[in-house]
Design a protein around this ligand. Structure first.
Ligand SMILES: [Zn+2]
Length: 340
């Protein structure tokens, strides 16, 4: 196990007890309860301060602590397949958690799966097949690496100075907001040309490969699902293009790994990013379930094509927020605030 250091791990005095008491009362009232978490990448604590896109990562030491905490407090970590079975069964007092990794970078293979293995817990990989195929521009990683390494960059034709961690974070956020969408690849190409960045080397450094996925394919603790071919926002596509993203990624996983993926996660995953049309397309493409990033918990009778998932990101460095996810408080608050 990793040694915890410098990360607050306890709930404020009294808060944990209150949340757990509410949770137990909720269990008794609501039967079974599942909480699905998702995240993208992990980072070691020592790198934290240097990451311009830190919300894309979860602290590896904290994740280790979280898995210990779940085991200690009686939550069972399960695959999506088993989560669906438990939701269908709806046994009173059943409590389960799933972790899914979206996109899948090299650290999924090198850090995340080994950590789950050490805990003897399963983990779900939602693979964007354009990553191991080398067809998805990895602009997030390329932009972040360049900001870490350099204090001056040309972005969208404008030269900017980024000498501090804060200016690097701000530059990342502003650029990502401009680039997000179908033009991202072209903008990243230009960025690489103007700053003499080797996009292929960035890809090799960060992408998960088919060889790595092949090595994970038969691991009983690894469940492999799909996350499109190109990480497109599915709701923005024509029905034909949306179907192709879901269908072709499933076919690709089958051709390369012999895996018949049963579960799919929508990129971005909020209400505006996927809706009923897209859930229907997923069913037609052969999936047994689809996951969103709408916060909430899974209860008995859950619609498998609109699974709630709670994103974990850089802000999750203590267990208080986790407890709020586990009890469904964050999902309820998100619905009240219209952030779904
Ligand atoms: Zn994603």
């Amino acid at each position: 196990m990793l040694q915890p250091h410098a990360i607050p791990q306890a709930l404020p005095v009294g808060a944990g007890h209150l949340v757990r008491t509410c949770g137990k009362a909720a269990d008794a009232l609501m039967g079974s309860r599942g909480c699905l978490f998702t995240f993208h990448r992990v980072a070691h604590s020592a790198r934290w301060a240097t990451l311009p896109n830190r919300d894309f990562y979860i602290d590896l030491t904290f994740l280790d602590q979280l898995l210990c905490y779940l085991a200690r407090t009686g939550w069972q970590v399960v695959t999506v397949e088993e989560a669906l079975e438990r939701a269908a069964r709806g046994r009173n007092g059943d409590r389960y958690v799933n972790f899914s990794i979206d996109d899948c970078y090299r650290d999924t293979f090198e850090e995340i799966v080994p950590l789950f293995r050490r805990h003897a817990m399963p983990v779900t990989l939602f693979v964007t097949t354009g990553i191991p195929d080398g067809t998805m521009p990895m602009w997030c990683a390329g932009l972040e690496d360049a900001l870490i390494a350099r204090d001056r960059l040309t972005i969208d034709g404008e030269t900017i100075e980024t000498h501090t961690a804060e200016t690097k974070r701000n530059a990342y956020a502003a650029t990502a907001a401009r680039w997000d969408g179908p033009e991202a690849g072209a903008r990243y190409d230009r960025f690489c040309r103007e700053n003499e960045i080797d996009a292929a080397a960035v890809h090799r450094k960060h992408a998960i490969s088919w060889e790595m996925l092949e090595a994970l394919r038969n691991d009983p603790l690894v469940e492999i699902g799909s996350h499109t071919v190109s990480h497109a926002r599915i709701s923005s596509l024509s029905p034909q293009d949306a179907f192709a993203e879901l269908h072709d990624s499933r076919e690709r996983l089958h051709a390369k790994l012999g895996v018949a993926a049963r579960h799919f996660a929508f990129p971005y995953g909020r209400s505006g990013d996927c809706g009923q049309r897209d859930f229907d397309i997923a069913r037609e493409a052969g999936y047994a379930s689809t996951a969103t990033t709408r916060k909430g918990i899974v209860r008995a009778g859950q619609d498998p094509y609109c699974l709630p998932r709670n994103p974990l990101n850089g802000a999750h460095r203590n267990l208080t927020m986790i407890e709020l996810h586990l009890t469904g408080v964050t999902g309820a608050a998100a619905r009240v605030l219209g952030r779904v």
